[in-house]
Design a protein around this ligand. Structure first.
Ligand code: HEM
Length: 224
């Protein structure tokens, strides 16, 4: 127990926890994006997919509690790490400019801010889709939730489309830096593989973000 507390109080322990929770949340994002893209091909298939995913309540609640636990841990550790860094680097205010060799970017310096906006997005997103009004439909003689109708309804307003595009773009920058930090914290940054890692992580981040962003834009401008 004491070792466990010591781990969570050390800078490396916090960084490893941050890296692992962040990577697991990225896994959720990939699956969530792939599931949501189905709506562009067939709203009926999307409803069926959602029905299958949510009909096993034990699976659903376990996954939701796991996801919530990961998100809470990720946020708490982020706050703790940020306070930790602030205390151990008082000179940051004098040395804010990017140096030529530094990997510092506007988004790597503002992870707490992009994270806060993403959290705000997730709360409103859950209020709309997870806890919002449930529309029902009958498919193959079975009454199921018409999740497609909720999503299509949401993206009839330009303001909502812009909100999603902005939030997902910030999410993209957040993960772009997060993945790089995660690999460094886990000691997986080998100079030999740096180029391939950079290409793969960018492919992942841009692929997931593009998959999410295309949904509101397509529904608003083209329709499904
Ligand atoms: C166009 C993009 C998106 C669409 C259409 C979408 C759609 C949905 C829908 C319909 C649900 C409710 C599922 C249900 O109750 O059966 C949901 C849940 C959720 N979404 Fe999204 N989503 C999008 C993007 C995102 C993004 C970018 C994030 C994270 C930053 C996210 C995080 C979540 C979470 C955490 C849940 C709750 C999962 C659960 O309770 O099982 N979503 N989403």
């Amino acid at each position: 127990m004491r070792n466990c507390c010591r781990f969570f109080n050390s800078s490396i322990g916090l960084k490893i926890t941050m890296a692992l929770t962040g990577m697991l949340l990225c896994g959720f994002l990939l699956l969530h994006m792939l599931g949501n893209v189905i709506i562009l091909f067939s709203p009926e298939a999307y409803n069926l997919y959602s029905f299958k995913l949510t009909s096993n309540k034990i699976f659903l609640y376990t996954a939701e509690v796991g996801l919530l636990g990961l998100a809470i841990l990720h946020i708490l550790v982020a706050i703790k790490l940020s306070l930790h860094n602030r205390r151990s680097r008082p000179e940051r205010y004098q040395n804010k400019k990017n140096s030529g060799l530094s990997r510092r970017t506007w988004y790597s310096s503002n992870m707490i801010i992009t994270g806060g906006i993403i959290l705000y997005f997730i709360v409103t997103h859950l209020l709309d889709f997870r806890f919002g009004e449930e529309i029902m439909t009958v498919q193959n003689s079975v009454t199921i939730r018409d999740v497609a109708a909720s999503v299509i309804g949401e993206f009839q307003e330009m303001g909502d489309v812009i909100f999603y595009v902005v939030a997902i773009t910030l999410l993209m920058f957040h993960i772009l830096h997060g993945l790089r930090s995660a690999f460094a914290s886990l000691g997986l940054e080998y100079p030999r593989y740096e180029k391939s890692f950079n290409v793969l992580s960018k492919l992942f981040v841009f692929g997931v973000s593009a998959g999410f962003i295309v949904i509101p834009i397509w529904i608003y401008f083209v329709g499904v």
